[in-house]
Design a protein around this ligand. Structure first.
Ligand code: TRP
Length: 435
């Protein structure tokens, strides 16, 4: 790697579209992600992992509804689709395509060790039933699909919970195997586990989770949220009796929404014997102050699914400006190639020398300067835009030669189709001796 200009860091997170987000998801994932999406010097990818949802859920209406609600939650919570890449996994056909390329470089034994699959196998073993009971090939392949999500966008950092770290490590290994076989195409990702993000307790004090049926709705009707908050389990101490903040779910939830100063005040109020109902009212007001203003946007989006559909399609189009050319490059790398680019068998010995593409600079009748990149048969792989001076054209060529990977972002080129772009990319690398 040459030490050139600082690179943008790409962050990527997927959200499986089963279920409806609750307050725990908001505090643990949505809120920190929306805050992080505003960081400078980074590109952020957030997507609805609906192919992953199919692994766990065979109810079509639920998948559709969950996709709608999760998308609406993220946007209502402040995610700006113009600043980030926000898309639906199943709108990017390059993802399943890459999944297959990765499948072919992944050892079955590696997948045997994946936690989610192993958990089911262990459960079956314990129940003395066949080890493969309830194991679909989808569950087994889960880590490969996830690796494709990540590697498709050359992501560097993947913010996830602890339970997902193994999957990121597998993605890294798949990328390394691929690169070892086919050259340095894939970026090795890293998991990013944020220990400071609060794990929210639920109504009964255990971790807030739908499977414990102890959640507070994120965008439920105000009255429902209020009722849920008033049903948080507390001890039986009467008003006036000092109360413990230690182990108080109510206190911990409050803390996730309040400033340090206000948290200190509530701690004092506990010591002074605040009535549980007053403490609950404080919590309700605090949550409502943060979530209330977002609720209107959420309700609007859920009531206007066509607007959401529009946003997701635009997001997919934007994401595919990356995925399509990159997939072209990867197809080229593994040998899924245009046959016409095969050097004729007769000239095989000479081929290595003569089969290199080259740059041609010229001046058009319009008096402006251009270049094209042509293969040995004379086929145009790249066509530049017009330059005012031959020097500018020359500098662009030099830049491409110095950094073949800048090809995809080089604005001086007319957009060509992805197959040609991949051939150009390959040719450029041959020309510059890069591999
Ligand atoms: N498996 C993740 C989860 O259950 C969701 C997911 C799918 C994901 N693809 C991803 C997360 C890629 C990060 C990156 O939470």
């Amino acid at each position: 790697m040459s030490a050139t200009a600082p690179q943008v860091v790409r962050f990527l997170t997927g959200i499986t579209t089963t279920g409806t987000p609750h307050l725990g998801n908001y505090v643990g994932a949505i809120r920190p992600a929306v805050q992080a999406s505003r960081r400078a010097g980074a590109e952020n990818f957030y997507f609805l992992a609906d192919y992953h949802a199919l692994i766990k859920c065979d109810e079509p209406a639920r998948i559709q509804r969950s996709t709608l609600e999760i998308a609406a939650c993220w946007l209502a919570a402040g995610l700006d689709p113009d600043r980030v890449f926000f898309y639906r996994q199943s709108d990017i056909p390059e993802i399943p395509e890459l999944t297959w390329l990765l499948t072919c470089v992944t050892g079955k034994g590696v997948l045997n060790r994946a936690h989610a699959y192993k958990a089911q196998v262990d459960k079956n073993t314990a129940a003395s039933v066949d080890v493969d009971t309830d194991v679909t090939a989808g569950l087994f392949m889960y880590p490969v699909l996830m690796a494709a999500d990540i590697l498709m966008f050359k992501s560097h950092k993947i913010p996830v919970g602890r339970d997902q770290v193994q999957h990121i490590e597998m993605a890294r290994d798949m990328a390394a195997s691929f690169n070892h076989l086919y050259g340095e195409h894939l970026v090795l990702p890293e998991a990013q586990v944020d220990e400071s993000v609060a794990l929210l307790p639920g109504l009964d004090g255990r971790k807030m989770s739908k499977s414990y049926d102890n959640v507070i709705a994120l965008f439920g009707p105000r009255e429902q949220v209020r009722k849920q908050i008033f049903s948080i389990v507390t001890d039986s101490r009467a008003p006036g009796e000092p109360k413990d903040t230690e182990g108080s779910a109510l206190f911990q939830i409050y803390q996730a929404f309040a400033s340090e100063d206000d948290t200190r005040k509530l701690r004092q109020a506990y010591a002074d014997g605040i009535a549980w109902s007053d403490a609950k009212q404080l919590l309700f007001e605090r949550i409502d102050a943060e979530i209330g203003p977002m609720r209107e946007k959420y309700e609007h989006l859920v009531a206007h699914p066509q607007e959401l559909e529009q946003i997701l399609r635009a997001g997919a189009e934007k994401a595919r400006t990356r995925a399509t050319p990159f997939m072209g490059e990867l197809r080229q790398a593994v040998g899924l190639r245009n046959l016409a680019t095969l050097p004729a068998a007769a000239g095989k010995a000479k081929a290595a020398k003569t089969a290199l593409p080259s740059f041609k600079q010229y001046r058009e009748a319009d008096g402006r300067f251009y270049f094209k990149f042509v293969d040995p048969q004379g086929k145009v792989l790249l066509q530049s835009k017009a330059f005012g001076t031959p020097r500018e054209a020359g500098e662009t060529i030099a830049r491409l030669k110095a950094s073949p990977s800048s090809l995809h972002s080089e604005v001086m080129l007319e957009p060509l189709d992805s197959t040609l772009l991949a051939e150009a990319s390959q040719g450029l690398q041959m020309l510059t001796g890069g591999d």
